[in-house]
Design a protein around this ligand. Structure first.
Ligand code: F6R
Length: 261
């Protein structure tokens, strides 16, 4: 895994934006997996800026979101549908029919989840999946104990996740207890994974995910077995990494090497 440590949230977002832009240049019909939460907000601002200022187009892009709460309508302000339209989609040129977000209102979750998997496959698979990490190490909503081979399905949210996410809701009781999430196996099949994390609150779990054992107890640790994963961390989130100095040194060497070509 490539580990890129940058100064702050702003730089994390810009570096992540550069990667997305580069992949879009290589493949304008990129199949892009997206996450919600606080962490990728800066990246989405950066993508909007690139669209407006640098004419980056999303007209041929297809997006698949990682997850959605079960039971929330798309126009509910706490739904991930609402989040994605407000924070990204309504500001860029992506056609509505190219946007896939799990349906939190489905009456037949099992059938829906299979359909979602089939649509990813029909699109040719995910090219680049953006992920964050939860306080308990979850990737998507794959809470500790999720099978590392799991596919898109309904998961019961961990109490800690409900507490963490209650910051977005008027009352903690309003946080749904279930979500549809891509499985760990689904995420692992993406050709590339872009992992972003920031802030001191994430440093301990980031260290477990990147340097601890690969385990279903920290589902984000699967990044370690992915052939093409890049972690972009700010200094605060990287603080507990034991090999921090090496990652920085390796990045410097890689830049020097690229310049020499
Ligand atoms: C969101 C998702 C979650 C978040 C994680 C971190 O679609 O799948 O795994 O990435 O809970 O959330 P933030 O960024 O709010 O700390």
């Amino acid at each position: 895994m490539r580990v890129l440590i940058v100064k702050n949230y702003d730089e994390m977002s810009k570096e992540a934006g550069k990667i997305v832009k580069n992949r879009l240049e290589q493949k304008p019909d990129l199949v892009l997996g997206l996450a919600t939460g606080s962490t990728p907000l800066g990246l989405y601002k950066e993508l909007i800026r690139m669209h407006k200022e640098d004419s980056v187009s999303f007209a041929k892009v297809r997006t698949f979101n990682l997850d959605e709460y079960l039971g929330l309508k798309p126009d509910n302000e706490q739904s991930y549908h609402y989040f994605m339209f407000e924070n990204l989609f309504k500001h860029i040129d992506i056609p509505r029919e190219n946007i896939y977000i799990p349906d939190g209102q489905t009456k037949d979750p099992e059938k829906f989840c299979q359909w979602y998997e089939d649509e990813i496959e029909k699109a040719g698979g995910l090219d680049l999946q953006v992920v964050g990490i939860g306080g308990d190490g979850h990737v998507g909503f794959n809470e500790p104990g999720s099978s590392l081979a799991s596919r898109t399905r309904v998961k019961t949210l961990d109490e800690g996740t409900i507490k963490d996410n209650s910051r977005f809701f008027a009352k903690p009781e309003d946080v749904p207890h279930f979500a549809i999430t891509m499985g760990v196996g689904t995420i692992l099949e993406s050709k590339e994974i872009l992992f972003v994390a920031n802030g001191a609150g994430k440093s301990a779990i980031v260290a477990r995910a990147i340097e601890g054992p690969v385990t279903s107890q920290v589902t984000a640790s699967i990044l370690q077995i992915h052939p093409k994963a890049v972690a972009i961390l700010d200094e605060a989130a990287a603080a507990d990494l034991q090999r921090k100095d090496y990652y920085k040194y390796a990045e410097e060497q890689a830049r020097r090497f690229e310049k020499s070509l």
